[in-house]
Design a protein around this ligand. Structure first.
Ligand code: CMC
Length: 392
């Protein structure tokens, strides 16, 4: 055991070699397969980015069309799944529901994938990219008491997701270009982020050769926590609390700095970014654009900007290199798009799905060994057993 180095939170431990995402935390650079996040967010569509992350290259028109066609062909979810959803109370948190439904999918689909067959691998990938949005939409519709619907094959991938989420019964669905573009951009920005908590979870679960859906379900649970994807919900709740408190940002700054108070400024700080989070920059601008274009004047956006400014000038935050992260402004856009706060982390999961799939695929194709960290034991030495009646 003298040989084992302990690294809590794996702050300095690499778990794998990966060719998917490049991240330079000092310079604030993020690239998927060599393409800058700024350029992808501006010019690409989410489905192209999904293909890029998973298969390594941007698809040409024919490849993209075939990919989309294959996804559409798998977009049904077994009707029995509705009974499982039915068993949840309306108050259930959408992330718990989504993780459970993803796990339940295993019962209705091929249970295992032979990863040495490209065809089987492709089949599993296409199936989850097709069915996951249905589960996301159903999770929201259940919350809202709306009937459970399926998708529309005539629409683009993201537009279809939007329709599945928001289509009202007996009312024609009206698409809105601005909304779809904003959603597309947000999903791209969330699509991968190398070996974060949920991705590492997906890889470690998959390393035992548990199936793709089981690994993803575990990843969703990891993402749920407020230090990770759950931060986007926590940010909005924090901003709302500040608003109710008369916009007293100073009070919350003081709380965040107080070491006797567990409160943290949600949406601030990052394990790897120590200069700025490039995603946050893009999202801040998108929040301005989307709210401007939609003619929404949200006081919460002003509070967020004020809070950001104060934190960036504050010695505590400067010393610790704490900057706004991807979750700081995303919720403000989701809110403008009419997505309930409790669904924010579900939207993150929807965006991260291609990244999780890509990382799982890479790990399995490289035939990586089972993930099994070591420890240093610090408990009792050998002790003699005492029968229960003789214990004091
Ligand atoms: N507010 C106040 N203090 C903070 C914050 C914050 N948001 N983040 C870090 N610190 C302090 C922390 O108390 C510590 O101070 P000290 O050195 O005096 O003990 C120092 O900064 C370093 O923090 P750490 O917890 O050791 O850093 P970490 O790399 O373990 O944690 C983090 C990274 C993202 C979990 C953390 O910054 C945090 O909790 N942020 C708030 C939650 C959040 O926004 N999470 C979203 C992350 S980005 C996307 C995603 O994964 O979803």
């Amino acid at each position: 055991s003298g040989m084992i180095t302990i690294d809590p939170g794996f702050k300095n431990t690499g778990s794998c070699e990966s060719a998917i995402t490049f991240l330079d935390g000092e310079k604030g650079i993020l690239r998927y397969r060599g393409y800058s996040i700024e350029e992808l967010a501006e010019k690409a569509e989410f489905l192209e980015v999904a293909y890029l992350l998973i298969f390594g290259e941007l698809p040409n028109q024919e490849q993209l069309a075939n990919f989309h066609k294959d996804i559409k062909a798998e977009s049904h979810v077994d009707e029995e799944m509705k009974k499982i959803l039915d068993g949840f109370p309306k108050s259930a948190h959408p992330m718990g529901v989504l993780s459970s439904l993803t796990s339940a999918l295993i019962a209705f689909n091929p249970a295992s994938v032979n990863v040495s067959s490209e065809k089987e691998m492709y089949g599993a990938i296409v199936r989850i990219l097709a069915k996951f949005p249905v589960l996301v939409a159903w999770t929201l519709r259940k919350k809202k008491g709306l009937p459970l619907d399926y998708g529309d094959d005539n629409l683009g991938y993201v537009e279809n997701i939007h329709k599945m989420m928001f289509k009202k019964p007996n009312q024609e669905y009206k698409s809105n270009k601005l909304v779809i573009e904003a959603l597309d951009k947000l999903l791209i920005l969330h699509a991968d982020h190398e070996q974060n908590c949920s991705t590492s979870t997906v890889r470690i679960v998959g390393s035992s050769h548990a199936g793709l859906f089981a690994s993803l379900s575990a990843g969703i649970s990891a993402l749920w926590g407020p230090l990770h994807g759950g931060a986007n919900q926590a940010v909005l709740e924090m901003l709302e609390a500040i608003e109710k408190d008369g916009g007293d940002t100073k009070k919350y700054m003081a709380k965040a700095k107080d070491k006797n108070d567990p409160f943290r400024l949600m949406g601030f700080g990052h394990r790897v970014y120590k200069n700025f989070d490039p995603r946050a920059k893009i999202i801040k601008k998108a929040a301005d654009d989307v709210l401007g274009d939609m003619g929404i004047d949200d006081p919460i956006l002003e509070i967020a900007k004020g809070l950001e400014k104060e934190a960036l000038e504050d010695q505590y935050f400067v010393d610790r290199k704490l900057y706004p992260n991807v979750d700081f402004y995303s919720g403000i856009i989701y809110r403008a798009l009419g997505i309930p706060t409790e669904m924010f982390t579900v939207m993150f999961a929807l965006g991260r799905l291609p990244g999780w799939i890509a990382q799982w695929r890479e790990m399995r194709l490289k035939n990586e060994p089972i993930g099994r960290p070591r420890q240093v034991y610090i408990g009792e030495n050998a002790r003699a057993f005492v029968a229960v009646e003789k214990r004091k």
